[in-house]
Design a protein around this ligand. Structure first.
Ligand code: GLC
Length: 794
C-alpha cells in the first residue's frame, strides 16, 4: 500500500493519505532551534537539546500526540475539523489533506466544506523560533463564519524527563499570561524579577490576525474526559483562562468571516524568549509577506546545497533518494547526530565517536567544508594514546577532557572503557575528505588531543595506528575492548575482532598513501611490514568459505562454519573486500555466501542463524533482542552500504544494485504496510526473517545507514572514486541501465559525466580527448568538463 509519492521537481515527499502506518516525520531548523513534525502535525520543539531545552511536549510511543494543532469550526453548523488530519480525524472520503514534507519545512493542504487551508511550518534560517504560516480561503459562494483555534502544549520544565515524570515539582512552577496577541509562559515564574536567569520564558503569538479568546490551561482547553480530537475549547469557545500551575498550554482563538473567494493569511510564532524579545519577533511578521520569502530562502538554501551532486539514472527511486531525500537524510544525521527524533529523546549528552566520524562520510561529496570542520572537531576528541573518546560531550573542551582512564569520565558518560574501532573510522573519512578536495595540507594542520597536547593531523592518525597496534590479543589481532562496531558484541580485552583487524589493515593502507606523500620513509618500512603481517594474520581467520567474526575472551570462535548459531556474519565478509585483504577467489566465495545465506528480499541479515539457544558472556547483550531484531540477526541497515560497496568494488553492478533496491526506502514506497517507516528516509534496521514482522523498518532518520549507503552508491555503484591526485571513474552499474549522467562539483570544477553502458569497448573521453585509462588527473580538469565514459557489455 502506498500513502504518498516523491515530487522530485519541488524536492518534496507528498503524503496524500494521512492515515500512514506510523508518524512520518520531517526536520525543521537545526539543533539551535529544532523542530520535528509528523505528517499529522505531531512532534516537538526544543532549543539546543531535545532533552534539556524542550519547549513543546510530545509523549513518546503514544501514537503521535500532541502536536502543533490548528482547528477550524464552521459557526453555522458547529462542525469542526483540523488543518492536519489529526487530531480531529475527519472522514477521509469527504475531508482531503495533503502533507508536503520539504527540505526544512512541511506544508499541509486541507480541503473541507469548500474551505481550503494551507499551513507551512518552518524555522527561518539562522533563527531560534518557529513559524506556522497559515492561509485560509473560502471557496464557496456564501459568506462563511469560522472560528479558528491553535493549540501548542508547553512542557513544564526544559528537561523533558522532569516534565514527564517529576510532576510533584513540575506541576507547580509555571504560569502563563496573555496580552495583545501574545502568550508568555514562565517557568519558575516566581523568580522572574529577583533572579531572571532562573526563570525560563516561552512564547506563542499570532501575527496579522486578531486574537479574540485564549486559554492557557490544558485541562480547561480539553474539558473533562475530552481529548485533542474533541476539545471543549473548540466545541464551545475559549474562556480566557490564565495558566497557573498544573499543565499550561497555549491556545489562541480568532473569529473570522470570509467572503466568497476571500483568502486571509497570518502566522503563529513560537519559541523560547522573554516578553520583550518575543514581542519584537512577533512585530516582524506584521508584514505577512515575509513568510513566503523565508520559506523560499529555506528552499534555496537546501536546493543549492544538494546541487553539488545530481544524478540522472534510469531509476527514479535512485534519483529521488540520491539527489534529495537520502542526501537530506545524510545532512540531518550529520547535524543532529543521535540527538532528537520520534525515537531518540535527546538524552544522550554528546556525540558517539564512531557514529559521528562515519556520519561525515555521507556529506563530503556535498559539503566538504562542513566535513572538514567536523573532522577537526573529532580529531580534537581523540585521546593522546590514539583512541577516540567513546562519547564526545556537546560541551567538549579539547585539551582538557578526562578520558575513560579517569573515573570522572566514566561516571559522567557511563562509558567504562575504550572501544576497539572508534579512531579507525578516521582513516576512510579523512581519506575521502582529502580525495574530494585535494587539500593535502590538511595533514599538517595542528589539532589538540582531547586530554592534553596537540599534533598534526598526520600524527593524530599515526597515534590511532599505534593504539590498535598495541592492543592485540592471542592471535595478534586487535582486541575487542569494550566493543567494536557491534555495540552488543563484547569480545573484551582478551577477545579479538576480525572486523577491527580489517579496519586496521585498511587504515594501514590508507596511511601508507599519506606517508608516501610525506616521504616518511622510515614509517613506510614499518607500514609495509605490518601490511604483510596483517594480510597473513587476517587470512588465518578464514574459515573454509568465510571470515570469522572474532574470538571471545575464553577462546571461542564466533562466526565459524560449524557453530550452531550465527555461523555466518556479514561485516567481516564485506570488509574483507573493502579492505582488500581477501584474494579474488576468496572475494567471490564470501560474497556468494553472503548472497546465498544472508540475503533476503529486504536486504542481507547481519548474521545467521540469529541467537536463540546459546548463551555466553560475549553475546549476552545481543541475546536481549528477539531473533531477527537489532544486533540479533536483523537486517541491520548500515552494513547494507558496505555490502553495496563491496559488490561494486568487486565489479558486480547487478548485485550491488539488487542489494540497493532491497533496502532502499523509495523502492518500498508501495509496501508501506510492511515497511511502516517513512519511505523517504533510512532506519537503523529492518526486521529479519526470524521476526513475524519481517521487513518492518525501525529507528528512523538518525542512523549511520545514511552515510554508508550514500558511499555505497556514490563510490560504489556510480564509481566516483577520487584519490589524492585525481578521480577514477569505475561504475558498477546494473546491466539494465544503458545511459546515465552525473553532474558533480569536484574541487571547484564542474563535471558533466555521461555514462554509456553495454557498449562495444571501454573508453573515457575527457573534453573531447580520449584517455587510455579510467583515471583523470586533477591537473587535466578545466573549470567545466564534459566527460564521457563508455562501458563494455559484459
Ligand atoms: C547503532 C549505534 C552504532 C553501532 C550500531 C551497531 O547504530 O549507533 O554506534 O555501531 O548500532 O551496534
Amino acid at each position: 500500500m502506498r500513502y504518498g509519492y516523491f515530487d522530485d521537481l519541488n524536492k518534496e515527499y507528498v503524503i496524500d493519505k494521512p492515515n500512514t502506518p506510523a508518524p512520518w516525520a520531517n526536520y525543521l531548523g537545526d539543533p539551535n532551534y529544532g523542530a520535528i513534525i509528523s505528517n499529522n502535525a505531531g512532534g516537538y520543539s526544543f532549543e539546543k537539546s531535545g532533552a534539556n531545552g524542550r519547549i513543546l511536549r510530545y509523549v513518546f510511543n503514544n501514537f503521535d500526540e500532541p502536536g502543533r494543532y490548528i482547528y477550524l469550526k464552521d459557526n453555522d453548523d458547529n462542525d469542526y475539523w483540523s488543518l492536519s488530519w489529526k487530531p480531529v480525524l475527519k472522514d477521509l472520503s469527504i475531508y482531503k489533506n495533503i502533507c508536503r514534507h520539504g527540505l526544512g519545512y512541511s506544508t499541509f493542504e486541507t480541503k473541507y466544506k469548500n474551505i481550503e487551508s494551507n499551513v507551512t511550518y518552518y524555522v527561518p534560517l539562522n533563527s531560534k523560533y518557529e513559524v506556522w504560516f497559515v492561509k485560509i480561503k473560502n471557496n464557496s459562494n456564501t459568506k462563511r463564519k469560522l472560528t479558528l483555534t491553535s493549540y501548542s502544549e508547553f512542557t513544564s520544565d526544559n528537561n523533558y524527563e522532569q516534565d514527564q515524570v517529576n510532576l510533584q515539582y513540575t506541576l507547580f512552577n509555571s504560569k502563563a499570561e496573555y496580552k495583545d496577541n501574545l502568550i508568555i509562559q514562565s517557568i519558575n515564574a516566581n523568580l522572574l524579577n529577583s533572579n531572571p536567569e532562573k526563570c525560563c520564558q516561552r512564547f506563542f503569538g499570532l501575527a496579522n490576525l486578531k486574537v479574540d479568546n485564549y486559554c492557557l490551561d490544558k485541562k480547561s482547553f480539553l474539558g473533562d474526559y475530552h481529548t485533542y480530537q474533541n476539545p471543549i475549547g473548540v466545541i464551545d469557545k475559549l474562556k480566557d483562562e490564565i495558566g497557573f500551575n498544573n499543565t499550561i498550554c497555549g491556545a489562541l482563538q480568532s473569529n473570522i468571516e470570509l467572503k466568497p473567494n476571500e483568502e486571509i493569511s497570518f502566522a503563529y510564532i513560537l519559541g523560547m524568549k522573554n516578553e520583550i524579545e518575543a514581542r519584537k519577533t512577533l512585530v516582524t511578521y506584521q508584514d505577512i509577506n515575509i513568510c513566503e520569502k523565508e520559506i523560499l530562502d529555506i528552499k534555496n538554501y537546501w536546493h543549492n546545497k544538494l546541487n553539488a551532486f545530481i544524478v540522472n539514472t534510469p531509476s527514479n527511486e535512485f534519483n529521488s533518494m540520491i539527489n534529495t531525500w537520502h542526501a537530506y537524510n545524510c545532512f540531518i544525521t550529520f547535524t543532529w547526530s543521535r540527538a532528537a527524533s520520534l525515537v531518540y529523546c535527546g538524552l544522550r549528552n554528546g556525540y558517539g565517536y564512531r557514529d559521528t566520524v562515519q556520519d561525515i562520510q555521507g556529506i563530503i561529496h556535498l559539503d566538504p567544508k562542513a566535513a572538514k570542520e567536523k573532522i577537526s572537531f573529532m580529531l580534537s576528541a581523540q585521546v593522546d594514546n590514539g583512541a577516540g573518546l567513546p562519547l564526545v560531550k556537546f560541551n567538549h573542551n579539547a585539551g582538557h577532557e578526562n578520558t575513560p582512564d579517569d573515573i570522572e569520565y566514566v561516571k559522567e558518560t557511563g562509558h567504562p572503557a575504550y572501544r576497539a574501532d572508534d579512531a579507525l573510522w578516521l582513516f576512510p573519512t579523512i581519506y575521502k575528505y582529502l580525495a574530494e578536495t585535494g587539500d593535502l595540507t590538511y595533514l599538517d594542520e595542528i589539532i589538540p588531543y582531547a586530554n592534553k597536547d596537540e599534533d598534526s593531523v598526520y600524527n593524530h592518525l599515526k597515534k590511532a595506528i599505534e593504539f590498535s597496534s598495541t592492543h592485540l590479543g592471542k592471535h595478534k589481532l586487535p582486541q575487542g575492548l569494550y566493543a567494536d562496531w557491534n555495540d552488543c558484541l563484547r569480545l573484551g580485552k582478551n577477545g579479538e575482532s576480525t572486523f577491527v583487524a580489517m579496519q586496521y589493515y585498511f587504515a594501514l593502507n590508507i596511511i601508507k598513501e599519506f606517508a608516501e606523500y610525506k616521504k616518511d620513509d622510515e614509517y613506510l618500512i614499518y607500514l609495509n611490514k605490518q601490511i604483510d603481517l596483517y594480510y597473513k594474520l587476517i587470512n588465518e581467520a578464514y574459515n573454509s568459505d568465510r571470515y570469522i567474526r572474532g574470538y571471545t575472551e575464553d577462546g571461542k570462535t564466533i562466526g565459524a562454519k560449524n557453530n550452531l548459531e550465527a555461523n555466518m556474519w556479514l561485516n567481516p565478509q564485506s570488509w574483507a573486500v573493502i579492505s582488500n585483504v581477501a584474494d579474488q577467489d576468496k572475494k567471490d566465495t564470501i560474497l556468494n555466501n553472503v548472497y546465498n545465506i544472508l540475503n533476503t528480499k529486504y536486504g542481507a541479515e547481519l548474521m545467521n542463524p540469529a541467537f536463540e539457544k546459546e548463551y555466553y558472556d560475549a553475546i549476552s547483550s545481543i541475546l536481549l533482542y528477539l531473533p531477527g531484531n537489532k544486533e540479533n540477526g536483523s537486517i541491520f541497515l548500515q552494513p547494507q552500504g558496505w555490502l553495496i560497496l563491496a559488490e561494486s568494488l568487486n565489479g558486480n553492478g547487478n548485485r550491488a544494485f539488487e542489494y540497493y533496491k532491497e533496502s532502499c526506502p523509495a523502492y518500498q514506497n508501495d509496501i508501506a504496510e510492511i515497511r511502516i517507516m517513512e519511505p523517504y528516509c533510512y532506519g537503523q534496521f529492518s526486521e529479519g526473517r526470524k521476526s513475524p514482522k519481517f521487513g518492518r523498518s525501525n529507528v528512523h532518520w538518525l542512523t549511520g545507514t545514511a552515510s554508508t549507503i550514500m558511499v555505497g552508491c556514490v563510490e560504489g555503484i556510480l564509481g566516483i572514486r577520487p584519490d589524492l591526485y585525481g578521480l577514477k571513474l569505475s561504475p558498477a552499474i546494473p546491466d539494465e541501465w544503458n545511459d546515465l549522467s552525473i553532474k558533480k562539483i569536484f574541487r571547484n570544477k564542474l563535471l558533466n559525466i555521461s555514462i554509456h553502458n553495454n557498449t562495444k569497448q571501454n573508453k573515457l573521453i575527457l573534453n573531447g580527448k580520449e584517455l587510455d585509462t579510467n583515471y583523470i588527473k586533477d591537473e587535466d580538469l578545466l573549470k567545466e568538463n564534459n566527460i564521457e565514459l563508455f562501458l563494455k557489455k559484459n
